[in-house]
Design a protein around this ligand. Structure first.
Ligand code: CUA
Length: 343
C-alpha cells in the first residue's frame, strides 16, 4: 500500500466510526423531550462550529506552509523583514486568540442559558425514583411504593419523573441521553437530583459516565417508558408479597439459594430495606422480567443465567459476584426457583 493513502484511509475510518455512533437507544441525536432536545441543539452547535473551525485552522495551516515553501522560507534565517513579520504576528494574534475568544464566549453564553433552561421540569414531577450507583450496577427504588429493583427503570410515558441519585461506593454518573436533560454525578453521602421524561414509549439506554473501575464501560441501564396503565400493572406485580414455594423443585432451589450463600448479597422480596446504601448485589424479586443480566452485560435467558451463576466473569470480568461451583441439578433447581419469583 502506498503511504500517501494512509491519511485518506484514516479519515475514512474516523468518519465511519463517527457515523456508526449516530443512532440507537443511547444516541444524543433523536431525543425524546424538549429539554433533551435543547441539549441536542447545543451538541449540533458545537459539532458544526468546531467542524467549520477545524477546516479553517487546518486549511490556514496548509496554506501557510505551502506559501512559505513556495517563497523558499524553510529556515528561521529566511524570515521576512521585521515589518512584514510584525504584520504576520498581528494576524496570528487576531485569528489565533480573537476568533476562538469570540466563539468560546458566545458558546459559553448559549450553554449557560441552556443549562438554566433545562434545570427544572416543565411541570411538577408525578413520581420519584431513587437510583443508587454500585460497582457496577444500579439499585432502583420507588420510595412511594416501597419497592426495589435493579438496572431497569420503568416510568410512565409523557410525565416528568424526579430522579434522586447517590452512590454506595465510588462516584458514578447517571446519564440517559435521550430522555434526561444532561448527566448527573452520583456521589457517596450526597443526594443529587435530576429529572427525565419520555414523550414516546420505548426502552432508552443509559450509561455510567464517571470512570468507576474495571467494569465502568459495562455499567449500563435501561429506562422503559410505558403507557400509564402498563406502568401501574408493572408496579402492582412488584407489590406482591414473597410467598414460600410449595413445589418440591422450587423448595430445593430455595435451599440451594440459602446453602450457596446467595442471600449474603441478594435480597429477593423486592422490598426496600435501607433508604441510602442498599445491598451489595441486586434484589432478585423481578429478575425473571428484566431484559438483561449484569446491567446489560448479557441477554436474560435461562442459559445465560445458568452460565452467569457458574462464572459471571465470563460476561463481566471484574464483577464482584464470585463464581459458584454447583452440581447440575442444584443449578437447575436454583434457576427454576429464581425464575418463579415475582409471578
Ligand atoms: Cu459506574 Cu462508571
Amino acid at each position: 500500500m502506498r503511504l500517501a493513502r494512509l491519511p485518506a484511509l484514516a479519515g475514512f475510518a474516523a468518519v465511519a466510526a463517527l457515523l456508526a455512533g449516530c443512532g440507537g437507544p443511547q444516541s444524543i441525536i433523536g431525543t425524546m423531550n424538549p429539554a433533551a432536545r435543547e441539549i441536542e441543539g447545543l451538541w449540533w452547535i458545537a459539532f458544526t462550529s468546531t467542524g467549520v473551525l477545524s477546516v479553517l485552522v487546518f486549511g490556514g495551516l496548509f496554506w501557510g506552509v505551502r506559501r512559505s515553501l513556495r517563497a523558499g522560507r524553510t529556515h528561521p534565517a529566511d524570515d521576512p523583514d521585521p515589518a512584514t513579520r510584525a504584520r504576520e504576528d498581528r494576524w496570528i494574534l487576531i485569528l489565533g486568540a480573537g476568533l476562538p475568544g469570540v466563539f468560546l464566549t458566545g458558546f459559553l453564553i448559549v450553554a449557560v442559558g441552556t443549562g438554566f433552561s433545562v434545570a427544572e421540569p416543565p411541570s411538577e414531577p408525578t413520581l420519584t425514583v431513587e437510583v443508587i450507583g454500585h460497582k457496577f450496577w444500579w439499585e432502583v427504588i420507588y420510595p412511594e411504593h416501597g419497592i426495589v429493583t435493579a438496572n431497569e427503570l420503568h416510568i410512565p410515558v409523557g410525565e416528568p419523573i424526579e430522579v434522586r441519585v447517590t452512590s454506595a461506593d465510588v462516584i458514578h454518573s447517571f446519564w440517559v441521553p435521550k430522555i434526561s436533560p444532561g448527566k448527573i454525578d452520583m456521589v457517596p453521602g450526597r443526594t443529587n437530583v435530576i429529572w427525565m421524561s419520555a414523550d414516546e414509549p420505548g426502552a432508552y439506554r443509559g450509561q455510567c459516565t464517571e470512570f468507576c473501575g474495571v467494569q465502568h464501560a459495562l455499567m449500563s441501564m435501561l429506562v422503559v417508558a410505558e403507557e400509564p396503565d402498563d406502568f401501574e400493572a408493572w408496579l402492582a406485580r412488584r407489590g406482591r408479597p414473597l410467598a414460600l414455594p410449595d413445589e418440591p423443585e422450587l423448595l430445593r432451589g430455595l435451599e440451594v439459594f440459602t446453602d450457596a450463600g446467595c442471600a449474603a448479597c441478594h435480597t429477593m422480596d423486592g422490598r426496600v430495606r435501607t433508604a441510602v446504601t442498599g445491598s451489595p448485589g441486586p434484589d432478585l424479586f423481578d429478575l425473571r422480567s428484566r431484559r438483561t443480566l449484569g446491567a446489560l452485560a448479557a441477554e436474560n435467558t435461562r442459559e445465560n443465567l445458568e452460565a452467569w451463576i457458574v462464572d459471571p466473569h465470563r460476561f463481566k470480568p471484574g464483577v464482584r459476584m464470585p463464581a459458584h461451583r454447583l452440581g447440575e441439578d442444584d443449578l437447575a433447581a436454583l434457576v427454576t426457583y429464581l425464575e418463579s419469583l415475582g409471578r
